[in-house]
Design a binder for this molecule. Structure first.
Ligand code: URA
Length: 218
């Protein structure tokens, strides 16, 4: 597989100089951290078993960038993984460590931007560049039926990765659209900021997952 169509960036991916330099600085500062593009989290049954792909924004500095597993080590992961376990989309116990034994069920988790961005804010060029990995990530799952995007940036990048126009599928919490051979669900991001400010309640988040779980049963 050529580098351009690989679903995973190399550990030293140079494509976004700002993110590359940011990670390099954190490697100096925290050599024990993961400090690299965070790979897609896959279920033990492999990519053929994946029917749902969850797309987050980007690794958190002290979360996925530290631990090397999406949504692991920061608040967003607690709500996400607890909700997934309750819906049968993950099994085990989430203990916020990559060796906690938590397993995904029929689901993979990735990020629209694989490298931690300063202040959690990737710029447009970085989001566009990293789509070179999002596209083959979507394509690698032959039995994919649904994608859940968390937040508007993940939504827009996924819509573009599917070859659609952002204006034709605007982001909205609770959104659901068939496109590109999959059903695209969207939710507000499960960040601490969104839950603290009441933009996203636990009930709202659970209800999106209930809809997806029901959809996947059919
Ligand atoms: N951690 C991730 O891996 N992605 C997010 O979007 C937020 C936290």
């Amino acid at each position: 597989m050529s580098a351009a169509s690989s679903p995973e960036p190399s550990r030293d991916c140079p494509l976004c100089p700002r993110l590359h330099d940011f990670i390099a600085a954190w490697r100096e500062r925290e050599p024990g951290w993961f400090n690299a593009p965070v790979p897609t989290f896959l279920p033990p049954e492999g990519e053929d078993s994946v029917r749902l792909l969850i797309v987050g924004l980007a690794p958190g500095l002290r979360g996925a960038n530290r631990t090397g597993r999406p949504f692991t080590g920061d608040y967003a992961g607690e709500l996400l993984y607890d909700t997934m376990i309750a819906q049968g989309l993950a099994r085990g116990e989430f203990k916020a460590r990559p060796d906690d034994g938590l397993e995904l069920v029929g689901t993979a988790i990735t990020n629209a931007v694989r490298c931690v961005p300063p202040d959690n804010k990737p710029v447009g060029a970085e989001i566009a560049t990293c789509r070179a990995f999002l596209k083959p990530t979507i394509a690698r799952f032959p039995n994919l039926r649904a994608i859940l995007t968390l937040g508007s940036i993940a939504h827009q990048s996924t819509v573009r990765a599917l070859g659609e126009r952002v204006a034709s599928i605007p982001f909205r919490h609770g959104g659901r659209r068939e496109t590109g051979g999959v059903t695209l669900f969207s939710s507000y991001h499960c960040s601490r900021y969104n839950t603290n400010t009441g933009v996203l309640t636990q009930e709202m988040f659970v209800s999106v997952f209930e809809e997806i779980a029901a959809f996947l049963k059919n």
